[in-house]
Ligand binder design. Structure first.
Ligand code: F3S
Length: 399
């Protein structure tokens, strides 16, 4: 690998033991993938935060690293296992919450912003087109590559953290323009009615393409919130890190003009495929005893929509809208938090229905409007799922 003088100096310890160790690991990683060089990054996003998924070993890793190195670029943290401020009210155990808060403090001590969100692009960590970044939350990776046109591989939490410390990542795969062309075309002759249908498309296509790059021909523009849900679904049933949507995403023209485009396989998607995949994600006939929206973490417009539905109504079951603390604070300023709380719902920040230990809270069935959540909840939380639209789910639990 060709390294700059600065990178060589880092490896040789001139900028401290921690940076030297991080560079060595990243260079070894780059060699595995035949990276010709390292590339400077403008931002990082680190997953592997919930105590539920990383346990004590993860906590030790962060604390050890914190003693040796720190971060100077924009680096945000993925959701944790609890709402840091309201864990007690939500029913999480003190033991779990304490461990979780220690992990977050460990990350803060290195210089990671403890935003605890999987939608960093909604709260200021918004890269520009062609920016090289190192992000690790799969739905955020998909959004950054596809909707923004920034360049990141699907980093693991540790490799994103190391990249944040040295400000570099190995230059391979999605960092190289040529590798960002489409692999397979999906001709979607269907007028989407709601977010559950868009998510079902992502869930279906992810299983077909795995880590390939789908190119969608859609009827109309689904909008940012739905593109967020589409990417999350693609990245959960498959390992998609980049998709193109004709005339919508910034590199779709590059993909369409590429000389291999006319030879690509074309898959037709019709209404029966969408319908089957919507239905297939529900695992029970029972009514949800918890409705959980905001996977990926809700935007302010998604919260506004819920507030408008709930105005003057009362809920008979629990409702969580998962989002970042920053977005919750905007919801508070706009009056949406009040409306939602008066109806009996909660805006839950820092965590979500998948990475929190929801299985310990005596729920049996979770209602979700995210195909990613519907895909993960049965395995990760051992609970049944009802997959439907935000409106229909709320309707099921209105008094
Ligand atoms: Fe985010 Fe949790 Fe979904 S981390 S993408 S809300 S599973």
């Amino acid at each position: 690998m060709q390294l700059t003088k600065y990178e060589e100096d880092m490896i040789n310890g001139e900028y401290g033991e921690g940076k030297a160790e991080c560079m060595e690991i990243l260079v070894s990683l780059g060699k595995i993938y035949d990276a010709e060089k390292m590339v400077p990054i403008t931002s990082a996003q680190v997953s592997g935060v919930s105590y539920k998924t990383i346990g004590d070993a993860g906590l030790d890793f962060v604390v050890d690293l914190g003693k040796k190195a720190d971060i100077s670029l924009e680096c945000m943290l993925n959701p944790a296992g609890v709402d840091i401020e309201n864990w007690k009210e939500l029913g999480f155990s003190e033991e779990f919450a304490k461990k979780q808060i220690d992990i977050i403090k460990g990350y803060e001590s290195i210089g990671v912003m403890s935003t605890c969100t999987c939608t960093p692009y909604l709260i200021g960590n918004t890269p520009l087109l062609n920016d090289h970044i190192a992000w690790s939350e799969s739905s955020a990776v998909c959004y950054a590559n596809s909707v923004i046109g920034a360049r990141t591989n699907r980093e693991g939490g540790p490799s994103a953290l190391l990249a944040a410390i040295v400000g570099r990542t190995p230059y391979y795969a999605n960092h190289i323009k040529e590798n960002r062309k489409a692999d397979i075309i999906f001709n979607v002759d269907y007028d989407f009615n709601n977010e559950a249908e868009i998510g079902a498309l992502g869930y279906y296509v992810g299983q077909i393409v795995n880590d390939k790059k789908p190119y969608f021909k859609l009827n109309g523009n689904p909008g940012r919130n739905n593109l967020k849900l589409l990417g999350a679904a693609l990245a959960s049933s498959g390992a998609v890190s980049l998709y193109h949507a004709e005339g919508i995403t910034p590199e779709s023209e590059f993909a369409r003009n590429h000389d291999n485009f006319e030879e690509l396989e074309v898959v037709e998607v019709d209404s029966s495929i969408i319908k089957d995949n919507v239905e297939g994600l529900t695992t029970t006939d029972k009514t949800p005893d918890l409705v959980c929206l905001g996977c990926p973490h809700a935007s302010i417009t998604e919260i506004q929509k819920v507030a408008n539905i709930l105005k003057g109504k009362r809920l008979s079951k629990d409702l969580w809208i998962c989002t970042s603390r920053a977005t919750k604070s905007i919801a508070d300023q706009c009056g949406y938090l009040d409306i939602i709380e008066q109806a009996g719902g909660k805006i839950v920040s820092d965590t979500c229905m998948v990475v929190a230990p929801v299985e310990d809270l005596n729920y049996e069935v979770i209602g979700v409007n995210s195909a990613k959540a519907a895909n993960y909840v049965p395995n990760m939380c051992k609970l049944d799922v009802v997959y439907d639209t935000c409106e229909n789910l709320i309707d099921m639990i209105i008094k």
